[in-house]
Design a protein around this ligand. Structure first.
Ligand code: CTP
Ligand code: MG
Length: 229
């Protein structure tokens, strides 16, 4: 099976702020997206990557890849799900509908090889797709403005991480259908669920953090430096 990474990197990083689009913010000496792509391309089973970039991206690539696998780019869109869909459309001719795609946020620089391996294995064993996820650890409150109006049992609740994996054709159809049905699609599994599939939850490391705010960046900087030394 051909296995391709799909990296949405067309966001603006509005919650992060600053002048540099979030995917190009440097941590441990390299942009977030360089860490994310390296983690994906370093895996022997990954054949290459398709990266969705903003139309006005002037920074790509801006660093040297350590891998000689194809890294293709396409134009992203206004929503993450639309950027992923654009990448799948662009990858389809090259890789075909049967390729396994691993959708991974450019803003998650600390992906462990063992987690990548496990989500690939899980996705190859099922027709429903698979995603890395972490069990919810905090107690969950339902807010009524600034008052707690109840506690949501956290049993069986997971936080969705990436990579999220599925066959290209299956995911493309699911995303199209979910978007056409007006679903606010925030991850690939949501689209697969809407298509009646039950993606496998693969417990992943909690330090596979998505950098959303400057505080996340400090944490990830620490984690990346610790794993490099
Ligand atoms: N992304 C994308 N296309 C979009 C929006 C997001 O490709 N229209 C990508 C981002 O570049 C990021 C990933 O999806 O790698 C996860 O999105 P998020 O963390 O929300 O990043 P941003 O959308 O850039 O940040 P914000 O929501 O704070 O603006
Ligand atoms: Mg966003």
């Amino acid at each position: 099976t051909a296995i391709w990474a799909v990296v949405p990197a067309a966001g603006s990083g509005s919650r992060f702020g600053g002048d540099v689009p979030k995917q190009y913010v440097e941590v441990a000496g390299r942009p977030l997206i360089a860490h994310a792509l390296d983690a994906l391309l370093a895996h022997p089973r990954v054949d290459g990557a398709m990266v969705a970039l903003a139309a006005d991206d002037a920074r790509w690539p801006g660093w040297t890849s350590h891998h000689d696998k194809p890294v293709l780019t396409c134009q992203g869109a206004a929503e993450r799900a639309l950027s992923v869909l654009a990448a799948l459309d662009a990858l389809r001719e090259r890789a075909g509908d049967d390729a396994l795609v691993l959708v991974h946020d450019a803003a998650r620089p600390n992906l462990a090889a063992a987690d990548l391996d496990r989500v690939i294995d899980a996705a190859l064993e099922t027709a429903d797709g698979a995603l890395l996820a972490a069990p919810v650890r905090d107690t969950l409150k339902r807010g009524d403005r600034d008052r707690s109006a109840g506690t949501q049992p956290r049993d069986g609740l997971w936080r969705a991480l990436t990579p999220q994996a599925a066959r290209l054709g299956v995911l493309r159809d699911a995303l199209r259908r979910a978007l056409a049905d007006g679903i606010a699609v925030t991850d690939e599994a949501m689209a697969l669920e809407h298509a009646g599939l039950r993606p496998r939850l693969v417990e992943g490391r909690e330090d596979n953090i998505k950098v959303t705010t400057p505080a996340d960046r400090a944490l990830v900087e620490y984690l990346l430096r610790a794993s490099a030394s």
